[in-house]
Design a protein around this ligand. Structure first.
Ligand SMILES: C[S@@+](CC[C@H](N)C(=O)[O-])C[C@H]1O[C@@H](n2cnc3c(N)ncnc32)[C@H](O)[C@@H]1O
Length: 473
């Protein structure tokens, strides 16, 4: 290890910054955040340093650097653009055994500023020991996405209850068990939604009696397949679940991201595969929650768009089971974006209709006349098997045979395929290219824009890629 990670308490401790420009200013802000007693030495200062000094937040010494400036300091930063001055600061600090950091000169750094994920009072510091700051920043970005913003509030709540917990539970192991129970309880979700009173109330409940853990169900939309399209909230809930109930539409890459030791239950839902009946899935969610488990019900796309999320939530509500609903990117949005097909466009489509090719009951026939109107886009879910019927009905009700169509199979996944054609060719194209589920049918003038807007301007009628449209300058 090249640097020992420690967190120092700088409250009112003397620190020196040499330099009067923007870099020095940034370092002053870092020190001021930690409430250090900051002195800045330079022959000239930027306006903001002057105004910080006039507000009494730091002291300025308008002089050229001299070795006596380092005396009595705990930490020193050299932030000038003059190599000789920076070296003089470095030598003077080292002679006094004071930690020094010469900005952008790693060999002359006795301490470094790590990248920080700040969830005060929780602080995560990341350092590459100066070797790869961009990589460290990338890691920080990943952690930023993973560590929920309410973590700080949760730590503060725990801090407020520390003494009471110590008084109530005498042994260390009892206290540890208690805290494990707290962080597995819905105290966490109460803090997450800002219900401070509810969270405190539950802390008191947990302190006063031996409670069974409280179950909860998260109805989570996982998007169309690319794991990078998951929401941060979806990822967080996937990682705190005891049980994950999922169906085939959820991609393997997304299932890789669920908590390692969670129990996984597949409830199917794919043509030709055994599926658990919807009623049984509903009951399963209720039963797991009543056993005190946190259940993540992951669904492809968005749970409320042809996802039966509504039915499941109704059952949970009827059984007084707590739940959260996390929206996901629906197939129409994901597939169209990754295929370079804008669903609306001022020149071509003033409306978009989401349609299912699969109705629950006989007699739920679609409004074909409305669907056949021009100047709109149809995004048809579960339409592969019924494509001959869909094609015939739209033509019969007046949609032009040359209306552009696109079939997006495995949208946003590595195996994405886009097949282009016209409405009169819809069923034949599906047959010819052996399109398999999941596939989305996009019908309307916008489908023709695929040739122009798809990644790297692919113009083949069948293209195979799964990348967002990236304009490379
Ligand atoms: C039961 S619906 C679920 C829709 C999902 N709740 C959503 O919001 O995307 C399943 C249908 O969604 C479409 N679909 C879902 N994911 C897809 C993907 N990655 N590529 C193409 N179509 C997809 C297909 O039409 C599939 O038959």
């Amino acid at each position: 290890m090249q640097y020992l990670p420690i967190f120092t308490k700088l409250d009112d401790k003397p620190v020196l910054v040499v330099g009067g420009g923007d870099v020095a200013l940034r370092k002053c802000h870092a020190f001021l955040k930690a409430r250090a007693n900051v002195t800045v030495v330079a022959p000239e200062f930027c306006d903001e340093l002057v105004s910080l000094a006039s507000e009494g937040k730091l002291s300025l010494i308008k002089e050229y650097f001299d070795t006596h400036h380092v005396l009595g300091m705990m930490l020193i930063i050299a932030a000038t653009d003059n190599e000789a001055v920076n070296k003089a600061v470095f030598d003077a600090a080292n002679n006094q055994n004071i930690f020094v950091n010469v900005v952008d000169d790693q060999p002359k750094c006795g301490f470094i500023f790590p990248s920080i994920v700040d969830r005060n009072p929780i602080t995560i510091a990341i350092s590459s020991a100066g070797t790869a700051p961009v990589l460290a920043r990338r890691i920080r970005e990943k952690l930023e996405a993973l560590i929920p913003h309410h973590t700080g509030a949760l730590a503060r709540l725990a801090g407020d209850f520390r003494d009471q917990v110590k008084a109530r539970f005498k042994s260390f192991s009892e206290r540890r068990q208690f805290w494990e129970r707290v962080f597995d309880s819905s105290v966490v979700s109460k803090v997450q939604v800002g219900d401070q009173i509810g969270a405190e109330q539950q802390m008191h409940d947990l302190l006063s009696k031996t409670l069974q853990p409280e179950g909860e169900v998260y109805i989570v939309g996982a998007g169309p397949g690319d794991p990078e399209l998951l929401t941060i909230k979806a990822l967080q809930l996937m990682q705190q679940a005891d049980v994950v109930v999922y169906d085939y539409l959820v991609s393997d890459e997304i299932m890789e991201l669920v908590r390692r030791d969670a129990d996984l239950v597949c409830v199917g839902k794919k043509a030709g595969h055994h599926s658990v009946k919807q009623e049984d899935t509903n009951q399963m969610l209720v039963d797991f929650a009543k056993q005190g488990k946190k259940v993540c019900r992951i669904k492809g796309g968005d749970p409320f768009i042809y996802g039966r999320g509504g039915e499941e939530v109704q059952i949970l509500a009827n059984h007084d089971v707590k739940y959260q609903i996390v929206p996901g990117i629906t197939a129409a949005a994901g597939c169209s974006a990754y295929a370079g097909i804008p669903l609306t466009h001022r020149d071509h489509a003033q409306a978009i209709q989401f349609v299912t090719g699969h109705c629950k009951k006989e007699g739920q026939e679609l409004d074909w006349r409305g669907l056949a109107q021009s100047n709109q886009t149809l995004a048809i879910y579960m339409g592969v098997i019924k494509s001959p019927h869909i094609q015939a009905k739209l033509l019969e009700h007046g949609r032009a045979p040359e209306t552009p169509i696109a079939i997006v199979e495995n949208g946003t996944r590595k195996s994405q395929r886009v097949v282009r054609g016209t409405l009169s060719e819809l069923a034949a194209k599906i047959e010819q290219h052996q399109i398999k589920s999941p596939a989305l049918l996009i019908i309307g003038e916008v489908a023709a824009l695929h040739e122009q807007l798809a990644w790297f301007g692919q113009t083949e009628q069948v293209s195979s890629f799964a990348q967002p449209i990236t304009k490379v300058a």
